[in-house]
Design a protein around this ligand. Sequence first.
Ligand code: PFF
Length: 444
Amino acid sequence: MAAAGSAVGLGNIWRFPYLAAKDGGGLFLVIYIILTLTFGFTLLTTEISIGRRTAQGPLTAYGKVKKGWGFLGGLAWIVPVLILPYYCAIGGWVLKYFMVFVFGKAEMAASDNFFGDYITSVNEPIIWFVVFLAATSFVVLRGVNKGIEELSKILMPILLVLILGISLFALTLKNGDVTGLDGLKVYVVPDLTGLTLAKFVQVLMDAMGQLFFSISVAMGIMVAYGSYAKKDADLMSSINQIELFDMIVAMLAGLMIVPAVFVFSGREGMTAGPGLMFQSLPKVFVKMGNAGSVVGIIFFLTVIFAALTSSVSIMEAIVSGLMDKFKLRRRISASLTTLYALFLGVVVCLGYNKLYVEVNLPNGTKGQILDILDFISNSWFMPLVALLTCILIGWVAQPSYVIEEVEQEKHKFSRKLLYIVMIKFVAPILLFVLLLQSFGIVKL
Ligand code: PFF
């Protein structure tokens, strides 16, 4: 449950829908589902098993699997370091929208320029980012994760029901002769017209990075959760639950956002990027009439908690790493991490105004500082960590290292053959090709 709480966050609600929309809906969706059931399952199983078998955190676990592989833990640790600042910046965007709805300004939030005007303003995004970061640090410093987890156990089902309700409502939308059902078609039916190999690889790269981000693998986190699991726990059933739950939330979030975007702003609107959720949802809420204001308040509140449980686990990964490596106390590690995130997060916020840049990214977008950090972590570091993990378990330690751990206490390892084929052959080869592409070594 804790691992699922860490997995479900802004990745599902903010990141998945904007990528699905950018990559044209259906094709991305199909690729994503296939990747979840193959790559997602393989990496989750591997990391959780390494954690439980070694009973160590990520920084030391890999070295225990095989001498000389300890560096992989350090490499994985860089991923949350890259993510934390911008994750909190987006957490700040959610806080802002929550407040706008609390003050009854739904109409204002739904206007076309609101989001752009907001992120290009200098001070306010920094303030809300700082509030979100402070909340994250507070939880980590005070060790009150338990309380937050309890609260999110109540709020997550509410979020899920809301997402479902909003999705159904979005399907009833109409704009001229375009309806929500036309949008649904764009979201679920793959459109292969004009598909080139280069475009396909781009979609694959996006979907793979998204999958890793969303289920929190290739960053050491799941090794840590594995190390907390009891020896007699049925790992496979936990893994299936995380995989399934995370995928369902992401797909429903896409259903809530992508068809609506198509209705309001057609195909062009779908390439809006990281701002997509913030630009489209207020429009949906306003269409709900008075009820929309209340739905908006509850929705953004529950998203704040989903984001907070994830940002806490991202910060915790950095802090516990520092504590283990440098024998620092929690207070010192957490303070250093917060100062670092404060600095880089402010840079991320300023990336939409004073430090504005446009960099052509290999996934076909023009990115600002947030997108650059996101690209480096998701398209460089995560596939690299995943590739090395596959080589370590597939070839150096052998898949039996993981299989034996899963089959403890006579538990069943379903999809065992798939696991072996994935970890030894399919995953390393595909990850290698994707890495060549995302490092720009091969240009299709
Ligand atoms: N998986 C989380 C999400 O989808 O929002 C993000 C995340 C959580 C990334 C924990 C990294 C992490 F360590």
